[in-house]
Design a protein around this ligand. Structure first.
Ligand code: ZN
Ligand code: ZN
Length: 268
C-alpha cells in the first residue's frame, strides 16, 4: 500500500460539496490523497460526517461541537456525541475550542462547552481536535486545568506564535498547518512551522475554507492538500516523499485508534 497525502482536517459533509461531493472525493484519490479526516462542527454535522466515513473506506471522522455554535449545545447533545464516538470510524472529539475572533457564542459558554468536551474525550480515551482563534491564553489555562497532556490531540490550523506552539508541544500535542502556510504574508506561521519538530506536525486543508495561494478564489478541497505538503517539505528542506512518510507516522501517533496498514509492512 502506497503512502499518500493525508488531509487531517476537512469538512466534506458541508453543503459546499452538496452538488459534487463524490467527484471531490475521487479527485482527492486521483491526486494521491490516501486518507481524509472529516471534522464535525455540531451534533447534526457530526452525524453527517460519521455517515460519510461509514460509506468510504479512506474517510474517517471526528464528532464534536465548534465554539461558534457553543451557545446551542445541550447536555443531551454531549451524551449523543459520546455514543457516536464509540464508532470505530470516529478518531477524536472535535473540533472544539475557543474562537474570540468571531465571537459567535458568548465566551463564557465557549469555555464551558470546551471544558465539557475535554472531559468527554478523557472519559472516552480519545484525543481532541482543537480550534483556537485569538483565545490562546484562555485555551491554555483550561488545558492546564484539565490536564490536557493526558488527553492529547491536535491544535488544528495553528495560527499562534512560537510561545503558544511551545506550550502545546510540551503538552504532547501535535500542530496542524493548513494551506495558509503558502500565503505570502505567512512569514510568522512558516517560522513556527520551521521550529516545530518534524515528528509533531500534521497537514490539513480545512476545506472548504482556507484555499491555498495557488488556488486563490476557488473553493478549497482535499486534493489541494498537495500545496500545504509542498510548502511543508520546502520549509523543512526534505524530499516530498520523506515528508509524506513522516506525516503519515505523525497522523497515526496523533490518532491512535486509526488502523495502521503500514505497521507490519515496513520496507527496510
Ligand atoms: Zn477550525
Ligand atoms: Zn475545521
Amino acid at each position: 500500500m502506497k503512502k499518500g497525502f493525508i488531509d487531517s482536517h476537512c469538512h466534506l459533509q458541508l453543503d459546499n460539496y452538496k452538488k459534487d461531493r463524490q467527484r471531490v472525493i475521487e479527485r482527492a484519490r486521483e491526486g494521491g490523497v490516501s486518507l481524509m479526516i472529516t471534522i464535525g462542527i455540531d451534533l447534526h454535522d457530526s452525524w453527517k460526517a460519521l455517515k460519510l466515513a461509514e460509506e468510504e473506506p479512506d474517510i474517517y471522522c471526528t464528532v464534536g461541537c465548534h465554539p461558534h455554535g457553543a451557545g446551542r449545545v445541550t447536555p443531551e447533545d454531549l451524551e449523543t456525541l459520546a455514543e457516536m464516538a464509540k464508532n470505530e470510524k470516529v478518531l477524536a472529539i472535535g473540533e472544539t475550542g475557543l474562537d474570540y475572533y468571531r465571537d459567535l457564542s458568548p465566551r463564557e459558554i465557549q469555555r464551558k462547552v470546551f471544558t465539557e468536551q475535554l472531559e468527554l474525550a478523557r472519559n472516552l480515551g480519545k484525543p481532541v481536535v482543537i480550534h483556537c482563534r485569538d483565545a490562546y491564553r484562555d485555551l491554555i489555562r483550561i488545558m492546564v486545568e484539565k490536564k490536557a497532556q493526558e488527553i492529547g490531540g491536535v491544535i488544528h490550523c495553528f495560527s499562534g506564535d512560537w510561545e503558544a506552539a511551545r506550550t502545546f508541544l510540551n503538552m504532547g500535542f501535535f500542530l496542524s498547518f493548513a494551506g495558509n502556510l503558502t500565503y505570502p504574508k505567512a512569514g510568522k506561521l512558516r517560522e513556527a512551522f520551521k521550529k516545530t519538530p518534524k515528528n509533531r506536525l500534521l497537514m490539513e486543508t480545512d476545506a472548504p475554507f482556507l484555499t491555498p495561494q495557488a488556488k486563490k478564489g476557488e473553493r478549497n478541497e482535499p486534493s489541494f492538500i498537495k500545496y500545504a505538503y509542498g510548502s511543508g517539505a520546502e520549509i523543512k528542506d526534505i524530499k516530498l516523499e520523506a515528508w509524506i512518510n513522516q506525516v503519515t507516522n505523525n497522523v497515526h501517533e496523533a490518532f491512535p485508534s486509526l488502523p495502521n496498514p503500514y505497521y507490519n509492512k515496513r520496507i527496510s
